[in-house]
Design a protein around this ligand. Structure first.
Ligand code: SF4
Length: 249
C-alpha cells in the first residue's frame, strides 16, 4: 500500500504552497472561456510558452467560434504549426467551434458532461475550463500533478482519475479552488520530473518520497573536505621555556 499523508499534513502542504502565490493564475494566454478552451486543447503535450506564442497572433484574428470556424482548418494550421500534433488539433478546434455554434448557441458550456462532448476536449481540459473560466473547484490532473501527488503521498494513484478522486478527498475545502495551480507550479519549478529540488522545497519535512535529492547537503561535505585538505594546518604552539627566577641577593 502506498503511504499517504495525513489530513493535517495535507493542510500544511497547501498552507505552505499558497504562501508564495496566494492567487495563482494559469500561465496560458486567453481572453475568455472560448479562447481558454482552445488554448487548453492546443496545450496537450506542448508547453504553455509554445502555445502562447501561437495563440497571441491567432486570437487577434479568431477569438470567437464564428471567426474560428470561418478561418477553417488549413489557415488555422498555419498559425499553430509550431505546436506538436497541430494537424489533429486544428481539425478538433474547427469541429469544436462548429459544435459550439450549432449545439450551444456559440457559448462554452459550464458542465463537465457538456464540455466533454466537444471534439478534442477530455476530462482534463474540461476540468481546467470549469476551474479557470467558471470558478469550479475542479482539479485537472496533468503530468506534474500526477507526479507530485504520488511522490508526496498526497493522493497516490495509478492513473490520473484515481489521483483526481484522491485529491478531491484530501485537499481541504478552502484550498480546492486553487489546488491544481499550486500543484502544477510546484511540479513545474520544484518537484521536477528528473531531479526534484528537495533541498529548497518548502514541504520536504512532510513529503513521503523515498528518493529525495539534496544537492547541497551532498555537496557540502565534499566541499568541506576539499577545503580542509587545502588549509594549512596550524602547528601546535611550542611550550614556553620556564625561566628560573633569579634568587634575590
Ligand atoms: S521533498 Fe522533493 S520529492 Fe518531495 S515534494 Fe519536495 S521536491 Fe518533491
Amino acid at each position: 500500500m502506498p503511504r499517504k499523508l495525513t489530513r493535517a499534513n495535507a493542510r500544511t502542504v497547501f498552507e505552505r504552497l499558497s504562501e508564495k502565490s496566494p492567487e495563482p493564475q494559469t500561465e496560458l494566454y486567453f481572453k475568455d472561456p472560448f479562447t481558454l478552451v482552445v488554448a487548453v486543447a492546443l496545450s496537450a503535450q506542448a508547453t504553455d510558452e509554445g502555445v502562447n506564442k501561437a495563440t497571441k497572433t491567432l486570437f487577434e484574428v479568431a477569438d470567437t467560434p464564428t471567426k474560428m470556424a470561418a478561418l477553417g482548418e488549413k489557415k488555422l494550421g498555419d498559425y499553430i504549426k509550431t505546436i506538436g500534433l497541430w494537424r489533429n488539433k486544428a481539425k478538433n478546434v474547427i469541429a469544436m467551434s462548429e459544435m459550439l455554434l450549432n449545439d450551444f448557441g456559440g457559448e462554452v458550456p459550464q458542465t463537465r458532461d457538456a464540455l466533454e462532448k466537444l471534439p478534442g476536449v477530455g476530462r482534463k481540459t474540461a476540468n481546467v475550463v470549469m476551474n479557470v473560466a467558471f470558478g469550479a473547484p475542479t482539479i485537472a490532473v496533468d503530468t506534474h500533478i500526477f507526479r507530485v501527488s504520488n511522490r508526496t503521498g498526497l493522493a497516490p494513484g495509478k492513473n490520473p482519475l484515481e489521483v483526481e478522486l484522491g485529491l478531491e478527498k484530501i485537499v481541504p475545502e478552502d484550498f480546492l479552488l486553487h489546488a491544481h495551480h499550486w500543484l502544477i507550479l510546484h511540479g513545474r519549478y520544484i518537484c521536477k520530473a528528473r531531479t526534484p529540488e528537495c533541498d529548497v522545497c518548502s514541504i520536504t519535512d512532510i513529503c513521503l518520497y523515498k528518493d529525495k535529492v539534496f544537492k547541497d547537503v551532498e555537496e557540502k561535505p565534499k566541499k568541506a573536505m576539499r577545503k580542509m585538505a587545502s588549509t594549512p594546518k596550524l602547528k601546535p604552539a611550542k611550550p614556553k621555556r620556564k625561566t628560573k627566577k633569579k634568587a634575590s641577593s
